[in-house]
Ligand binder design. Sequence first.
Ligand code: FAD
Ligand code: UDP
Length: 386
Amino acid sequence: MERTFDCLVIGAGYAGAVAARELAERGGKRVLVLERRDHVGGNAYDCLDESGVLIHQYGPHIFHTASKRVYDWLSRFTQWRDYQHRVLANVHGAYMPVPFNLTSLHMAFPAEQAARLEEKLLSAYGEGARVTILALRENDDPEIRAVADYVYENVFVHYTMKQWGQTPEEIDPATTARVPVLLSRDDRYFQDPYQGMPLEGYTPMFQKILDHPNITVELGVDARDRLELTEQGAKLDGAPFAGTVIYTGQVDELFGFRYGRLPYRTLDFGFETLAMDRFQPAATVNYTVSEDYTRITEYKQLTGQELPGVTTIMKEYSRAYTGAAGETPYYAIINPENNALYEKYRALAEGCGDLRLLGRLAEYKYYNMDAIALRALELCDGLLQK
Ligand code: FAD
Ligand code: UDP
């Protein structure tokens, strides 16, 4: 018997999976999820590599949020490993906490000078303040500016050039603001109240989210082969589809790059499996002054997996996304010109029936996992009120 669906969701990452579950469970809708890859989870997907190490195929993912709603919602589908992410910068061979904090300050400057600088910084900004590197460089006090210059040179400028091909001044200021200078001795990468790693991994969590009688998931399906968008509305497999369509992929691709390509950065991942228990002093080490990769992540330190004698590390190399086969667009390049191009595509989408753009790609934004989960919940709040 043929199944008919009330809603179509394209993509089974955070955006698609959370939305599908809400529509199916809270709204009683029959939902079809089409996913191009051969797995669910989007870029948060994890799996065992050949040596049995649990890896994140598309880059290291650490869950953190200030949203109790998101944390409670996801906690229905996973238990958590208590994990607080810590990152060290390798600065000419010395390991220094990132975000640059008061501990880093005392590593960077001689004791007496560091004590004086600490006092100055605390009286200028207050204990616990989060000061962006760009703001710190604007400070009137030459001694504070000297700290800013040190941090700029040793933490930000080379890493940012590798990651974006541009300087911190040239990129969206919200990007470097993600990693402020932190006026405390808290050496965690994130200060959110809820942090952790899914105890069994991300993929089992996604499988549980999508495991609902009203949800059908089809993997290995490019929605563009099944879906047609016209001003009269959507067609699924050639037949008119009146329901809501939630699209979580690239919006320029959806419209055949009609106005040109939206620019992205992509990453090449260098995985290496080594015959040792542990490779480096923190789960992630950022190479802020040397190397052509940005960072190395050692997965066992993220996941807590016990596997003696073997470890897998991953180096990240960033470059411009060209759209070639096999490349993944990982980071939108936020600037006024690209945002204007995005707006043209968004306007096109508005003329296509009940089509909703949701997610890091479809909204052309730099969203973390929790932000996308919250957007999906809120979109469904609106849809289910109709
Ligand atoms: P995606 O995960 O990209 O999912 C979109 C899905 O849609 C994909 O599976 C894709 O295959 C599918 N799709 C696209 N087009 C089609 C089509 N035409 N037909 C069918 N399917 C299609 N966030 C954090 O909170 N913490 C972190 O530590 C963190 N680390 C990150 C590290 C890296 C290297 C990167 C790139 C991102 C990181 N993020 C992190 C961000 C996180 O990956 C995103 O917030 C999240 O994956 C966004 O989910 P999404 O559903 O919007 O997109
Ligand atoms: N950044 C940097 N040095 C660091 C860490 C971050 O210059 O050691 C800058 C860089 O521009 C980076 C941005 O801050 O792209 C955001 O860093 P984050 O770790 O949040 O990036 P993501 O994990 O999303 O790649």
